[in-house]
Ligand binder design. Structure first.
Ligand code: SF4
Length: 153
């Protein structure tokens, strides 16, 4: 995890979801103080990964591409068999193709069709994600999967 921050405010994420938890589990006390950014000792992470030949490094958040420089640094300096990323797709155009091409898999989350995705994520989110995937990932000839968030409208 690189950050708990996100450039979206999906209706079901964090705030609202945690309110439900509060209501459903009144006996639990939840610490909401999540760090905004998480940094790593790159050398230690590299040493750790080198011990495991099948090491897979997955970037997620929040939105990991808010930390594009940190992600690139890790990809440059950590020896992993594969790199994966779970992203909302809106910032994929921030990452140069030479990095996009190195991802074994890019998981892009949407909620379903355009109407449903825009309902949860904001108007225009669906189109922007599709355009970003088309422009930045499709040509990369990599595995691009769209993960649908489980949700009820
Ligand atoms: S894209 Fe993911 S992390 Fe960001 S607000 Fe939506 S569900 Fe939460």
């Amino acid at each position: 995890m690189l950050t708990t921050e996100c450039n979206l405010k999906c209706r079901y994420c964090y705030g609202e979801a945690l309110e439900d938890v509060d209501a459903d589990f009144p006996d639990f006390e939840i610490d909401y103080c999540l760090p905004k950014r998480i940094s790593y000792d790159v050398d230690s992470l590299d040493r750790f990964c080198r011990q495991h030949p099948d090491c897979v490094l997955t970037f997620y958040g929040g939105e990991p591409l808010l930390c594009v420089d940190e992600a690139k640094q890790l990809m440059d300096q950590v020896e992993a068999k594969h790199f994966l990323i779970q992203t909302n797709g809106l910032l994929l155009d921030r990452l140069e193709s030479r990095y996009v091409n190195r991802f074994h898999m890019i998981l892009v989350s949407i909620d379903g069709d355009e109407a449903l995705t825009d309902f949860y994520r904001g108007k225009g989110a669906f189109t922007k994600v599709i355009i970003n995937c088309w422009n930045n990932c499709y040509g990369a000839n990599k595995h691009l999967r769209t993960s649908k968030m489980a949700s009820k409208q």
